[in-house]
Write a protein that binds this ligand. Structure first.
Ligand SMILES: O=C(O)CCC(=O)C(=O)O
Length: 383
């Protein structure tokens, strides 16, 4: 047999095998029309004997931005000491605001230490999410969600109805503020999630005040402009099971976050990469810290002074990775536009069109992630 024929026949038998594994992972109870629907990558990863990636999850070439190299130096993301940011000593606070501003400008990402959220609560939250993903496919399907603004949505990939190749990721998305929602299972989920979201909202609020000041705005400016009292807070729990061929798969593709500030924790397993100086940088968070990043709406408010940085999650073939991102955004019905301070009394045109947050979330969540920021869709091209 020639090498090519051998390769072709290996590929065919691998595909047949993968197809069998995929159909094992199909949930015959979840049919849309006559199309069987793949409900979770967890079920697929756990199908007996899966040794290669099914074509449904294989990228012909590595998805977007594969041209960018992964940084091999140990570049470290800046750290913001929350206890100094909230210090009653004005010198300590203003020094930390300066550092926060530098972190926003240079990286768009920073680690938050000494934040006061108990480590036990952070671990309980990760455990509760792990237990959610352990529920049966039928139990999770109760939260399937039909619309991107449904308050609880459980699913796979990013937007499985439009993704041509599926991402190696299952998710649970829950709206936690201004109204708190929770799945009813696992039993402890609600109580842990309620406390966790409240504590994280406090941290996010102080960060938003600091960011406002670091932009040279009054410290309550952003809070008022976005109606933070009614802020939309979303928990996004991600599960990335071990993947047989991680180099051909993607956990979550390149994107930026739609809100103001996202605070992320993970189960000690790396996978997040952020773009910095034309490279992908692997993130190694300090234990017990939050990894924070600014979202598209801080970029809009500052008329581009701070950039909402692109990031992605890659997968591995050994460990289950769980990450939990809490997105803290404007109120859904607030229309957000650049602050007038950055428009120089009308001399500088706004870089982005004003839009209600609700419409922006719909725009980002109901489309494919295409390797660019959703901000490109509302950027004013005249300037
Ligand atoms: O899993 C990660 O580390 C990234 C998660 C993320 O970017 C998101 O949920 O938007």
């Amino acid at each position: 047999m020639s090498e090519t024929t051998l390769l072709q026949s290996e590929t065919v038998s691998q595909s047949l095998f993968s197809l069998a594994a995929v159909s094992l992972a199909m949930d015959s109870t979840a049919l849309i029309g006559s199309q069987p629907k793949l409900t979770s990558v967890k079920a697929l990863a756990e199908a007996p004997g899966l040794s290669s990636l099914p074509s449904s999850h294989t990228f012909p070439i590595h998805p977007n931005d594969e041209q960018l190299p992964v940084s091999d130096t140990n570049e470290s993301i800046p750290t913001v000491d929350f206890s100094l940011l909230t210090s009653s000593n004005p010198d300590e606070r203003s020094k930390m605001i300066q550092e926060l501003g530098n972190a926003c400008q240079d990286w768009g990402f920073f680690m938050v230490t000494n934040h006061g959220v108990p480590e036990s609560l952070m671990n309980e939250m990760i455990e509760a999410c792990r237990q959610f993903f352990e529920l049966t496919e039928e139990e999770k399907a109760e939260y399937e969600g039909k619309h991107v603004l449904d308050p609880i949505r459980s699913g796979t990939s990013f937007n499985a109805s439009v993704d041509k190749v599926l991402y190696w990721r299952d998710y649970l998305k829950i709206f936690q503020h201004p109204e708190f929602h929770s799945p009813s299972k696992p039993p402890a989920f609600r109580e842990i999630a309620m406390e966790y979201s409240k504590r994280v909202r406090q941290v996010a609020k102080e960060l938003i005040r600091g960011i406002s000041q670091s932009l040279g705005l009054e410290d309550h400016y952003i809070e008022k402009a976005v109606n933070l009292e009614k802020s939309l807070q979303i928990m996004i729990a991600n599960l990335y099971p071990p993947c047989p061929q991680p180099e051909l798969a993607m956990g979550l593709p390149t994107h930026s976050d739609h809100g103001l500030v996202t605070l992320l924790i993970q189960n000690g397993i790396g996978g997040l990469q952020v773009q910095h100086n034309g490279k992908w940088v692997n993130v190694h968070p300090i234990p017990n810290s939050f990894l924070a990043n600014i979202g598209d709406h801080v970029e809009i408010l500052g008329n581009g002074k701070y950039k909402s940085v692109l990031h992605r999650a890659v997968v591995n073939n050994r460990d289950v990775r769980i990450s939990i991102a809490l997105s803290n955004g404007p109120a859904l019905d607030s229309a957000i536009a650049p602050a007038s301070k950055f428009l120089g009394d009308g001399r500088t045109p706004p870089a982005y069109r004003a839009m209600k947050y609700k419409e922006y979330v719909e725009l980002q969540q109901s489309n494919k992630l295409d390797g660019k920021s959703c901000l490109e869709r509302i950027r004013n091209t005249r300037i």
